[in-house]
Design a protein around this ligand. Sequence first.
Ligand code: PMP
Ligand code: GLU
Length: 396
Amino acid sequence: MLSQRAGRVKPSATLAVDSKAKSMKAKGIDVINFGVGEPDFDTPEYVKEAAIKAIKDGFTKYTPVGGTDELKSAIIEKFSRDNNLNYKLENIIVSCGAKHSLYNISQALLSPGDEVIIPSPYWVSYPDQTLLNDGVPVFVDTFEEDDFMVNPDAIQSAITKKTKALILNYPSNPTGFTYSKEVLEKIGELALRHDFYIISDEVYEYFIYDDTRHISIASLNEEIKSKTIVVNALSKSHAMTGWRIGYAAGPTDIIKAMTSIQSQSTSNPTSIAQKAAVAALKGSHDFTNTMVKEFDKRRKILVEGINAIDGISCKMPKGAFYTFPNVSGIYGKRYGDKQIKSSFDLAMYLLDEANVAMVHGEAFGNDNHVRLSYAISSQDIMKALERIKSAIGNLS
Ligand code: PMP
Ligand code: GLU
């Protein structure tokens, strides 16, 4: 019999859709994959070279559990340069991806029954990581008509004596929208007044479009910084999803606890990937800028194309590389003896009939939407739009 904990958790929907799409592809089916959020760019050459050098130099042994001082120093420089945040070595931990940093945070902070406020729609792993660590997810809805901006009054109404933390993710996966400075300031005030932590997942900080700016909530003032753990990673910014390097910065006691937990679970992140991460962080920003410019073009092609399909509407996202179209206008339509009643039904129909993969919005807490990642080529986006249009046209 499995543990109660194992019974509480479900597999990551984003990774499940991705593996289904990839296995269809392996069988020779021409699937276009809007499913997983993973840049299609290759890791930059100078990063790969640093990893090769690490192997040749024999940098292939255990490192300190929470990452080398060299990498932590590069992370400290990044925070100071890009976020106006000053940290010391003892405020930083490097983990096996942002997901692992987030998991360590839940392990370090949560006692049974502690509540974690999660604005919804949310990234799939927040509720399950909370549940895995004996916490209680408390969802606060955000709405399409507000560009999914979280409402501080709604956060306030969700606060109880058991509130331990709030997870913010902006720019957001899955909505592609971000939060204003005014809203961040109000949330910061709430955290100080009600004494809870802010876990700020900023993995998409560089993926911002138009006149949008990214402001780390921790940079608003020293008091808010003392209640915030910032999470980031090289996965998206440097197209390094497979290298598994993420990191967190926060109060010394929390980072110390996370490091002890990591010492008893995974030990250090891969030594070679750490050397690659140093090169990535110290290198020029050109690679990321080029990628973001390309994604900006794709964002417009995708949104325009989606809005030309009957029954679907999509707002222009401001960040990350996701669109979150509203597909509820299609619900009730039929194909054969089946009816599309949910985001899951629609995603499955489009995968089977159009060979286009996307993630059902229900996995992110909103069943009226689906999520499409535009980290795929413009040609594929255009081809997929044709297929979706025709498959939806076949519904009656
Ligand atoms: N947070 C968000 C919002 C994400 O979209 C992802 C990507 N899956 C992660 C964290 C995890 O990133 P990593 O691959 O570095 O673990
Ligand atoms: N960020 C990606 C996504 O949401 C990666 C998949 C995952 O880690 O869940 O699709």
